[in-house]
Design a protein around this ligand. Structure first.
Ligand code: NAP
Length: 296
């Protein structure tokens, strides 16, 4: 029997802590989060509704800002600088990835690290490497939060992270291996050039998959009784409803059922925890920015 590791109770715990942190501070306007994106054509619009609902659930003020049609990289950077200077804005999210000619890293670099709420700018990623994190990508925090909530084997254990992108797999591997985070796992990092997935996963007690390839993880590559945290999120045709797309993770749940010790579902696993974690980071930004002159 493979345990199903639902994200909802983990998200609820994180949201309760965020609400409590807001209640503790009186006499200030609530945290404010702004999500910047390219507008109607952007696939990012799908996430805005979720962000808005999650913000409302914890008491964060949320708004999205679309770039004007035809706006270019300089317009985006000017908009970001304005948000960075605006004392009523505590946290800013920028659509990622951005198509050329936009330069995501140049645009996000206009924000001070405390406002780069998803921790994806070079300063925040560097702080994570230096074990002095400000913000860490919410998805990486969410994957660790789920694993900790369900007490999956981490500390001192062999774990594997499949996928090494700078916004998902790499920060997750750093959190898992980190001394300052207290996780202290022994981490193997896999990617598209890994020659033999099964051989590299052998011996891993917990596997975090951050690829975006449905069906990648089957019982032929996952060790028996391993725990799987499925971060992958893809859109696939629903076989029972022609023309309808549904969310799918990297794990082949039918193949892993009765083989893996546990598995996070997609949807309903890492996704809801990620958005809760993002709101928790917005609350942290609000607290830091409210303490003018403080060192984060
Ligand atoms: P990405 O930038 O496309 O990176 C994918 C990574 O997977 C790369 O490191 C790539 O290796 C590796 N990879 C590709 N094929 C592989 C294979 N056959 N075997 C092993 N590794 C392989 O994607 P991302 O932005 O990191 O996102 C990863 C997944 O997480 C996506 O499905 C995304 O939708 C999902 N995600 C979910 C959430 C959530 O809240 N649930 C949030 C963010 C992202 P190379 O480096 O060699 O190319």
């Amino acid at each position: 029997m493979t345990d199903r590791l639902e994200g909802k109770p983990v998200a609820e715990e994180i949201n309760a802590a965020s609400r409590g942190a807001i209640r503790e501070v009186s006499g200030r306007p609530p945290p404010s989060l702004v999500s910047v994106h390219r507008g109607v054509d952007s696939p990012f619009r799908f996430y805005l509704r979720r962000q808005g609902k999650a913000a409302e659930a914890v008491g964060v003020t949320f708004r999205d800002e679309a770039l004007a049609p035809g706006a270019g990289p300089q317009d985006l950077e000017a908009r970001m600088r304005t948000l960075d200077r605006d004392p009523s804005v505590h946290a800013v999210l920028l659509e990622h990835p951005l198509p050329a000619p936009f330069d995501f890293y140049r645009a996000i670099a206009t924000l001070r690290p405390e406002k780069d709420v998803d921790g994806v700018g070079a300063q925040n990623l560097g702080r994570l490497v230096a074990q002095r994190p400000v913000h860490v990508p919410a998805v990486a925090l969410a994957a660790v939060a789920i694993a900790r909530h369900y007490r999956l084997p981490l500390s001192g254990e062999r774990v594997a992270v499949v996928g090494r992108s700078e916004t998902v797999g790499l920060p997750l591997a750093l959190l898992l291996a980190g001394k300052s985070t207290g996780v202290n796992a022994t981490v193997t990092l896999l990617h598209s050039q890994t020659r033999d997935l099964a051989a590299s996963l052998a011996g891993a007690r917990t596997i975090f998959s951050c690829v975006g390839r449905p069906g990648l993880l089957t019982r032929s590559v996952v060790p028996k009784d391993a725990h799987v945290v499925d971060v992958g999120l893809s859109s696939v045709p629903d076989p029972s409803r022609p023309g309808v797309q549904v969310a799918a993770g990297d794990a082949d749940s039918a193949s892993l059922d009765g083989w893996a010790a546990s598995l996070t579902p997609v949807p309903g696993g890492v996704g809801p925890v990620t958005v809760a974690q993002l709101m928790a980071s917005a609350v942290a930004a609000w607290k830091w920015i409210g303490r003018a002159g403080s060192e984060t």
